[in-house]
Design a protein around this ligand. Structure first.
Ligand SMILES: Cc1ncc(COP(=O)(O)O)c(C=O)c1O
Length: 387
């Protein structure tokens, strides 16, 4: 039996996914397949490192030192072929707070920030909550897959955009952007003098026959206009440890970010975040290979199930991420009806596509990072709800 088959009861562990369905969906009795974390234990080496740190017993002030920075540097080079310098690293309790810090550091109130919907909800919230303005270059959806509308992208840049929030790989479409696509959009950003935030939190979760390219690794010009956000949280299921890193080769941009951190009084990550991140990047590779196989199989099981039992639903083939983006538009249900059917009939909590901005209408996002038994339960609930 694969180690990922074990069903672990997460209820009562202050889990957003399992313990907040009543608050978010108004229901307790639903299977949660929404928030992007996994129902699996992380690598054994991570548990051991955290256990050792706990046993040490003293939790005074800590800092992110060279061994942790080296573990990140080595991981990025080994997994993604990008040679970074330790001095380019800055830390944040998460990619979401990192993006907020970057927005504050590099833009002013009312500045325009570009996103590509449908996209991860906080991209919108962070821009709006910081008093900046959203400009949206919606992705093209054709024949069940997503691509970039370069003309719309350039038109958007022309409106005076200051910053572009790229999701690479893309949540929720599961696209792993190709070198050529990244090159074209980065060239356009260069032309209009726009800095890029490349959120690469899903970069390690890429399926066979696809390759993640760190946008900043493409050439020195792109490198100097890009801030790359990474974290071990999605890859190794460590979101609760709150550790992430920004990679900013351009020292001017880095200093601006440091300026905001100073204003926030932000200095370091928490003790367990540091230990967990280092252990994961140092020792987690074998676990990652295994989980990718398991997730790929979950994708296959879902695809087969939908083809057999819910042929009107279209699964957007994921190239990466464990978040499946399912097109339910053929059912011709309103988003309210879709939501109610899922919750009331299916007792299933999925993310409604409308959360991801224009283009998300009639879609749902399903998190399949769970044991197969849970997945099959979820798929059966989906059949009851929408079949
Ligand atoms: C694209 C993207 N960025 C950031 C995050 C969350 O980052 P963090 O938990 O590090 O703030 C997620 C989580 O789903 C995500 O999908």
């Amino acid at each position: 039996m694969s180690r990922f088959e074990e069903v672990i009861d997460r209820k009562g562990s202050s889990s957003v996914k399992w313990d907040l369905t009543k608050t978010v969906f108004g229901k307790d009795d639903v299977l949660p397949m929404w928030v992007a974390d996994m129902d699996f234990l992380p690598p054994e080496d991570v548990l051991e490192a955290l256990g050792n740190r706990l046993k040490h017993g003293i939790f005074g002030y800590t800092f992110v030192g060279d061994p942790t920075a080296d573990s990140i540097k080595d991981w990025i080079q080994k997994r993604h072929g990008w040679k970074i310098e330790k001095s380019w690293l800055q830390y944040s309790p998460g990619v979401v707070p990192a993006i907020s810090t970057i927005i504050q550091a590099l833009t002013s109130p009312l500045d325009k920030i570009l996103v590509q919907s449908p996209v991860y909800t906080p991209f919108f919230n962070l821009v709006e909550d910081n008093g900046r303005e959203i400009v949206n270059a919606q992705l093209k959806y054709q024949d069940g897959s997503y691509s970039i509308d370069y003309q719309a992208f350039e038109e958007s840049l022309k409106t005076g955009v200051k910053l572009f929030l790229l999701c690479n790989p893309h949540n929720p479409s599961g696209r792993v952007w190709k070198k050529e696509e990244l090159t074209k959009i980065a060239e356009l950003c260069k032309k209009y003098n726009v800095v890029i935030v490349s959120d690469e939190i899903h970069s390690d979760l890429v399926y066979k026959s696809h390759t993640h390219t760190p946008l900043a690794s493409l050439n020195d010009t792109f490198r100097d206009m890009t801030i790359t956000c990474i974290a071990p949280s999605k890859t190794f299921n460590l979101a609760g440890l709150q550790a992430s890193a920004m990679i900013t080769p351009n020292s001017e941009l880095r200093e601006k970010i440091a300026g905001i951190h100073k204003k926030q009084g932000f200095f370091t990550l928490n003790t367990f975040g540091i230990s967990g991140m280092e252990a994961a990047y140092r020792h987690g590779e074998q676990w990652l290979e295994e989980i990718l196989d398991y997730l790929q199989e979950n994708v296959k099981v879902t695809k087969n199930f939908l083809e057999e039992h819910l042929p009107e639903l279209t699964l957007v083939d994921p190239e990466g991420t464990y978040l499946l983006w399912i097109d339910c538009t053929k059912l011709k249900l309103s988003d309210e009806e879709l939501k109610n059917r899922l919750l009331d009939k299916g007792k299933l909590a999925l993310e409604p596509g409308t959360k991801y901005g224009p283009g998300g209408e009639g879609f749902v996002r399903m998190n399949i990072a769970c044991p197969r038994e849970t997945l099959l339960d979820g798929l059966e609930r989906l059949r009851v709800a929408l079949g």
